[in-house]
Design a protein. Structure first.
Length: 97
């Protein structure tokens, strides 16, 4: 809902509240937050989410990477988008397809 409404800040706040309430965060919740950032070109907010995913040992998937790459492209950060895509291809995380 946050993604479709362009409410990226609300999506990030919900993620923090879920973590505070000790709700288990998974690939879907992180992907939804990254996608909400994507709709508004918020690369600066999406990239730390990827780091949180890795530190929480949540598996990244192609949906998450695609949203992050698209976020960076929309935010005018094509070099960051390319680095992310290369990381996706060579990642030690399992990427489903």
């Amino acid at each position: 809902a946050c993604e479709k409404g362009g409410e990226w800040h609300q999506a990030l706040r919900l993620l923090v509240e879920m973590a505070s309430a000790r709700v288990e965060l998974d690939t879907i919740t992180f992907s939804a937050a990254v996608s909400a950032c994507e709709k508004n070109g918020r690369c600066g907010q999406a990239l730390p989410l990827l780091e949180q995913l890795a530190s929480a040992r949540v598996l990244l998937n192609t949906i998450t990477y695609h949203a992050a790459v698209s976020t960076c492209e929309k935010g005018g950060q094509s070099e960051t988008a390319l680095r992310l895509w290369c990381k996706c291809l060579g990642s030690m995380f399992r990427v489903d397809g």
